[in-house]
Design a protein around this ligand. Structure first.
Ligand code: PMV
Length: 352
């Protein structure tokens, strides 16, 4: 008799922080030194699609993960922590309801695909771990809320905990040593401020030079500036950012986004030896945003950079012409532009 194959599929989007997570107070549990806040991007553009299956017919095999068509390592401590926690939750359900099939003991096969190049230096691990956790939680029919699942995804990759929600999401750092209060919560759904847009400028598709884990470790260990960031800068940015989102105040949102990115990269430059994630092209993007805002006479664009040189530019849909049109005119020889971008070209801001 053929054995049943149990299956669940889900997608999770990429999120880009506007108040950055940088620094671990507990590297094993991925507990952060500070809270952070992000905007989840549209599923249509950047997302991971993950299918999880398990079956008695896989017995004798190991758990496996295929990422973008290639077998991938599933044995890493971070992935193992997620699988262990999900299995424990399923085992608890099975103990309560003896009629449930015993899925917790079966090998898992996970197949995951990004709709963007994994090596493009974008935050693929956030979407990847969020999709992995939710696919298995669905397969196991766990009654867990997104916030409960965020506690598990966080152990895969810190920023992944924020990708379990759409819209505007805070990751509260928490204070407990066991991490049970270090979780993601929704600040506002995407529908609260639906005109928010992100333009992604892929400056380099190369894998990042210093991984976020070692960059964070070096920053915590050697940067004096970082102490002030954690104690004063981030708490002020979190409060101002939550108020800006609540009030749909783009000028404030943009100011905090840019200042927080600057503060994070300043701390990286303050480590010993220094870490530089941004390059000359990144800095040219900063200057272009400044020029666009000056020409508009108000703040219509905000830049932010993660642990790499790529720029993410936040703007509102009504300001597409000065923002997207201007970048299109500057960078039209590069590929990947949507047709929509070309239509803003003639009405764009003219930069000197
Ligand atoms: O989740 P990780 O370990 O890949 O770290 C992400 C760090 C930043 O992207 C730079 C900031 C953030 O909050 O996403």
């Amino acid at each position: 008799m053929a054995e049943t194959i149990y299956k669940a599929s889900t997608t999770a989007p990429v999120n880009i922080a506007v108040v950055k997570y940088w620094g671990k107070r507990d590297p094993k549990l991925n507990l952060p030194t500070n809270s952070s806040l992000s905007v989840t991007l549209s599923q249509a553009d950047l997302r991971t699609l993950t299918t999880a299956t398990c079956s008695a017919s896989y017995q004798g095999q190991e758990d496996s993960l295929i990422l973008n068509g290639e077998p991938s390592d599933i044995k890493g401590a971070r992935t193992q922590a997620c699988l262990r926690e999900l299995r424990a939750k399923r085992a608890a359900l099975e103990a309560e309801n003896p009629s449930l099939p015993k899925l917790s003991t079966l090998p898992l096969r996970i197949v995951s695909e990004n709709n963007f190049p994994t090596a493009a230096g974008l935050a693929s691990s956030a979407a990847g771990f969020a999709a992995l956790v939710r696919a298995i939680a669905d397969l196991y029919e766990l009654p867990s809320s997104p916030t409960e699942l965020s506690l598990i995804a966080r152990q895969g990759s810190g920023s992944a905990c924020r990708s379990l929600f759409g819209g505007y999401v805070a990751w509260r750092a928490g204070e407990r040593d066991d991490g049970l209060d270090s979780k993601a919560v929704e600040v506002a759904p995407a529908s609260h401020w639906p005109s928010m847009r992100a333009l992604i400028l892929v400056v380099s598709a190369a894998k990042k030079g210093v991984s976020s884990t070692s960059g964070m470790q070096q920053t915590v260990a050697t940067s004096d500036l970082f102490k002030g960031r954690v104690a004063n800068v981030v708490p002020a940015h979190m409060a101002a950012m939550e108020a800006a989102i609540k009030d749909r105040d783009f000028a404030k949102f943009a100011e905090v986004t840019m200042k927080d990115s600057n503060s994070f990269h300043a701390c990286c430059a303050d480590t010993y030896p220094p870490i530089y994630y941004m390059n000359d092209v990144s800095r040219a993007a900063v200057r272009a945003v400044q020029a666009i805002n000056e020409a508009a006479g108000k703040t219509v664009a905000a830049y932010t950079f993660d642990a790499g040189p790529n720029a993410v530019i936040y703007y509102l849909e009504e300001d597409s012409a000065p923002v997207v049109g201007t970048f299109y005119n500057l960078l039209q020889s590069t590929d990947g532009w949507k047709d929509e971008a070309k239509s803003y070209s003639s009405t764009a801001t003219q930069l000197d």
